[in-house]
Design a protein around this ligand. Sequence first.
Ligand SMILES: [Fe+2]
Ligand SMILES: [Fe+2]
Length: 188
Amino acid sequence: MKATEQLKAEHEGIGIMLRVVDAMCDRLEVDRFLNDEQFGQIVEFFKVFVDRCHHGKEEDLLFPAMEKAGHPGAGGLIEQMLFEHRQGREYVGAMYDALTRYRAGAEKADAELYTQARGYTALMRQHIDKENTQVFPLADAVLSVERQEAMFVEFEELEEKKIGKGVHEQFHQLLDNLARAYPGDRQV
Ligand SMILES: [Fe+2]
Ligand SMILES: [Fe+2]
């Protein structure tokens, strides 16, 4: 498998979780209901799977390889992607803080959680779209199939180092369970 194909497949999984979060926000908006245990698992998914693992593959392996290949358009685009990863990290931190306050019964913590969660899903949707339509086609143009296949192996190693064996599968299980619990009506 090519490295960009693997990242695209991960985007699909992340997209499902974004849809779940929006469905949870819809419920929060309508009847102020929130399953805080499930939301805690989702924040963990964003922190560990999305940021540490998926963004780690992009930041540590794909983007440096693209920069090394020296395409003139790559620099600015990659800068923008790194900036959005940092923004995403801030949203996830803020969601975690708001969730902690919500669990402690703090006033308006649900509204704060709602704002941060909606901000994150909007940011990530457009980020994923930009990577799929601009960044990955550029990577495919400058990196050979052999280089990308080698990178796919490096991805597996990075994942095992950063999140450990079997954790990816646990997150997939979580994704399946939540997608069933919150079918939602939005398109990813
Ligand atoms: Fe990214
Ligand atoms: Fe990505």
